[in-house]
Ligand binder design. Structure first.
Ligand code: URA
Length: 227
């Protein structure tokens, strides 16, 4: 059945979800619900949906801002979702600090969260940091060799000097404040932090905006589903 045929069937009152007549084309059907068209049971395939969101500075990666009624990455995203995406329960894939900008993924599928955030997936995440104090190749060397952090050893990172105040750091794990802690430990406190890419996916939407990723992108750029 095509999408247009499905919409026609819904509008014609031929579709029931767990015994309820459904009239909204984008009504969300939860896993385990009984879906019938003309009384015939339909088996649903669960589709993994992933959104690439460009997080602005000043909002937390949580459904609610602990300080009150302020916006969060979730509220900014939800406010612009079209009807066909608004009924899902969205999960952030990892976290960015309040003042970190850049690529933040959201998904409806907890398996994708587990895949993308597991250190065993080795999915690279590239950050660009503006640092205080002169950045030099020598100062970055400990990051490349794998440094000791207070919660255990960090994996060797890719660290590139962009200029005296900007460095690019690529990690394959995501621990609390990891980039800030690693750069802080070599005398380069971070003033601004931006996530430019996750896996092979480069951030390509304007600040505050999002786009949905295609199935091919999930496979080739983010390795999902895992082989
Ligand atoms: N590392 C940090 O220090 N902060 C972030 O937001 C992400 C990675």
């Amino acid at each position: 059945m095509t999408l247009a045929e499905a919409e026609d069937a819904i509008r014609a009152g031929r579709v029931k979800v767990s015994g309820r007549l459904v009239r909204q084309p984008f009504a969300v059907v939860q896993p385990g619900e009984d879906l019938r068209v003309d009384g015939h049971k339909v088996l649903l395939r669960r589709e993994t949906r992933v959104l690439a969101f460009h997080k602005p500075a000043g909002v937390v990666t949580a459904p609610e801002d602990g300080h009150g009624k302020g916006d969060t990455a979730f509220t900014l995203l939800s406010a612009q979702l079209p009807p066909e995406l608004s009924g899902f329960g969205w999960h952030a894939v990892g976290r960015l600090d309040r003042n970190t900008t850049g690529l933040l993924l959201f998904t409806n599928d907890e398996r994708f969260v587990a895949h993308a955030t597991s250190p065993s997936t080795h999915l690279p995440r590239r950050y660009v940091a503006q640092v205080q104090g002169g950045a030099t190749e020598e100062k970055l060397q400990p990051l490349r060799e794998g440094m000791q952090l207070d919660d255990g050893p960090a994996r060797p990172a890719k660290a590139e000097l962009l200029d005296g105040t900007h460095v690019s750091v690529t990690l394959t794990e995501g621990r609390f404040h990891q980039v800030k802690r690693m750069l802080g430990a070599v005398g380069l406190p971070v003033r601004r932090l931006h996530r430019a890419s996750v896996g092979g996916l480069e951030l390509d939407v304007p600040e505050g905006a999002f786009r949905e990723l295609g199935r091919d992108e999930l496979r080739t750029l983010l390795g999902f589903p895992p082989a």
